[in-house]
Design a protein around this ligand. Sequence first.
Ligand code: NOJ
Length: 573
Amino acid sequence: MHDDLSSDPAGDAVGDAPGARAVPWWQTATGYQVYPRSFCDSDGDGIGDIPGITSKLDHLADLGIGFIWLSPVYASPMADNGYDIADYRAIAPEFGTLDDFDRLVAEAKARGIGIVMDLVVNHSSSEHAWFRSACQGRDAPFHDYYIWRDPAPDGGPPDGRRAAFGGSAWSFVAEVGQYYLHLFSPAQPDLNWQNPGLRAEIWDMMRWWLARGIAGFRMDVISLIGKDVDGGIDEEGPYLHGFLQEMHREVLAGRDLVSIGESWSVSPETALMYCGRDRHELDMVFQFAHVKEGWDPVHGKFRPKPFDLVAFKRVMFDWQAVMTNDGWNSLFLTNHDLPRQVSKYGDDGEYRVRSAKALATLLHLMKGTPFVYQGEEIGMTNATFTAISQFRDLEILGHHAESVAAGMSEAEFIAGANVNGRDNTRTPMQWTDAPGAGFTAGTPWIDINDNHVRINVAADRADPDGVFAHYRRLIALRREKRVISHGALTPWHEPHPQVMVYTRDLDGERVTMIANVSGEEVRFAPDPALVAQGVCLVHNVAPRDAVTSDLALAPWEAFALLSRADGTTPLAA
Ligand code: NOJ
């Protein structure tokens, strides 16, 4: 939290430069998201597991990350791959045991890596004991832990709310004679946060995990918990900030942890209500404005829009501006709900390696906490499925039925899912070129991308110019250089359709980041105020020791130069 000025998720010594003001550890750390089902399978059942994660910690320690955001590992029927929790204090058997989990925490800590748990408390699984009881009748224990409403006069759902994964957001339970609310799927009933007993259970459960030594929480769709059901407000409802402040008081305050709130609705106008320093709520929001830029405004993600760099820059720079003096940004281009970034924003063909590095450079040198999603560090690409039977995601399958019924062709739907669908990042981690990609000795739960014979950890790490080496450099720069973690960001050349430029300034040091976000060579005349000599911190084509008044940028070339603020005097890096 903001009020805890330690700097190590493992709770040990401060890692900042001597004499520097201590800052929270998560402001100089980089996060790494593990999607357990697809990371590493230790027992050959085709599903990744916790011992598999533990076996790969050295890979993550070499990368230099500070914490792992662990997607859910709790007991679950896996309707939504664990985002449907049946027991908040148990581990899913396919992922291992609590002992395995404790070992993961200890082994990670020994490498200076914290484990950040996914807290999924907008909804539970329909197989949670609370919900099973709640369905027994209106007087049953835990009935009020969920949200029930009478049928409409015609017997149908209480209102027209749609579920994110297709269909009505209401399902009827005959024993109760009412409908329950589920904003995602019927297997994910929304919890009734108005019930103080439910909130107390959640606070207790969070403290129970913290006592196991975890480093914090990533909070799933947290902006939905304060909804006003009858007022029709689901996102950022009137009770949200009261509940988050209660969570802070009851659980987060005074502890050395990081709290990250996922929200699809948070805007530059509302962001500081969550993570402003006087709010006592969360450390940062995980927001999606830049992602939604790539969706059709009417038809959504399954009808993708071409990438528009100017719009992307506007969104990213707006968020940087909002967090200039208060709050904190999360920085990411992909996660388990999004396409692979090199396929979505870069070039996963001829310039795969170079564009993967360019995207990493332009993201990691901004202010905020970067998140790397498993496989991103070697430039893994989207899946290219050809049949609907290859997809596993309930969102894709739910929308497939609806879209085809509404007249979309099967081919158009599959093409859209291959661009923006969630299974793109869920294909197994590519460790080696072996038949199971080093992920499994068995049959994987979802197809492995055929390109694992070329794109895999072993091959990339063997290459000193590989994607991994570039990420390692960027992650180390954030830990080591305060101008990168905390310098003020100034955008330049915002209307340029191919080039992204910003500077970071702190205490007389300047970092200038220039990236050609296109597959063409670009002749570019930087603003005279950017012309500087200096030391190249990172590059993906060849080192440069100056920003000159006339730059010929190779396709997808990106570099960062460290200079003095006056731009003239070279510095030692
Ligand atoms: C957001 C999660 O990231 C996503 O995977 C999940 O399906 C929904 N929340 C519902 O929990």
